[in-house]
Ligand binder design. Sequence first.
Ligand code: ADP
Ligand code: MG
Length: 343
Amino acid sequence: MSEPLLDVRDLRTEFKTDDGIVKAVDGVSFKVEPGQVLGIVGESGSGKSVTCLTVMGLNDSKFATSTGEVLFRGEDLLKASSSRLRTIRGDEIAMIFQDPMTSLNPVHKIGRQLAEAVVLHNDVSSKQAYARALELLKAVGIPRAERRIDDYPHQFSGGMRQRVMIAMALINNPDLIIADEPTTALDVTTQAQILALLKRIQDDFGSAVIMITHDLGVVAETADDVIVMYAARIVERGPVRSIFNEPRHPYTWGLMGSLPRLDTNLERLYQIPGQPPSLLNPPSGCRFHPRCAFAMPICRQQDPQLMPAGSDTLHEQACHLDEATKAREATKLVAMLTAGAPS
Ligand code: ADP
Ligand code: MG
């Protein structure tokens, strides 16, 4: 098999805080193949953003410590110098954040910001950079791009600003795009347009994408493979179809049960009660047990390990429930969710 683009092994990131050590990522391993779209899903506070910030070397080194390996084309980014990381972030890995306003400079025109980014990484004249900026704005679907290139960020809507950020991310034709909740701040229609754009770009440019979201619906529309994170750990992973057809972890059932539905007359069977735990002092055993409708005594004591699940060999879950119960509950849930769904 060829080398994966990104191979994250037993990643752990801790923050020193006034209240103690927060283990924000606690033993996470995954791979991303070239051109693959990996969805990372979980409620707020599960360690999704910190996982990706650690991959990119963007944690504040004064408070954060990371161990494990982040192999990008075989090179361990945890050991890379900050100048090497800057180069990789400019040329090979790009990141798209939830709020484009934090990444755009309000006092400069859109075109100038894009052109400057082009010049920073390529040996081109400013005229060529401007032409490339325009080309990118068209590629991400900015209408009347020739005129809008001279607008300021505040003159753009949220969706249009996110398109600009995607254009910015594409400047160097990155091999990996990490998109952290890129559509969370947008209305449903704009969200669908941005996801379609990301999908198209991934097809056209062949970039691999890590799509971070709290919304399993976003994952369903974009990802090839899915990682479900809970309280700093992976609780379930697999190909997207396998996750949706044969979900095996009660937490995943909860996320699926909370998906918005077109027909609202069905009860939401698996709505998850309570809140995710603090990572200062997470629950013993399975971290999900205090919220789990299926919790057994063992769940309080023993930390479940990732094990094969369902019929797909790449599907894994970490839950003590027996396979027969999980299969039965999953079949029930999937039947409920597909009943009455538009075909
Ligand atoms: P998610 O992206 O899944 O919502 P995060 O990765 O942002 O979650 O956060 C995971 C945990 O790490 C949370 O409990 C959060 O409070 C904590 N955390 C994140 N960044 C820091 C930081 N800089 N210092 C201390 N704790 C942090
Ligand atoms: Mg986050």
